[in-house]
Design a protein around this ligand. Structure first.
Ligand SMILES: [Zn+2]
Length: 63
């Protein structure tokens, strides 16, 4: 299994060194905590609480 990384800017989970989100493009880190999968961001209180508005896998916290 590959090491998963998380974007420092938006928290997106990826195996790349740069965020795959074209609107973001931030650096990623191996140092992250908490996993969330957002299926319907417009319908999700949790997604709003952590400021996500896109579907996908995200880390709650990056360092
Ligand atoms: Zn990002």
């Amino acid at each position: 299994m590959k090491d998963l990384r998380a974007c420092r800017k938006c928290g997106k989970i990826t195996t790349e060194l740069k965020c795959p989100d074209p609107d973001c493009g931030g650096d990623t880190t191996l140092d992250w905590d908490g996993y969330i999968y957002i299926i319907n961001p417009n319908d999700s209180t949790l997604a709003k609480n952590i400021g996500k508005n896109k579907e996908g896998e995200y880390a709650i916290k990056t360092r």
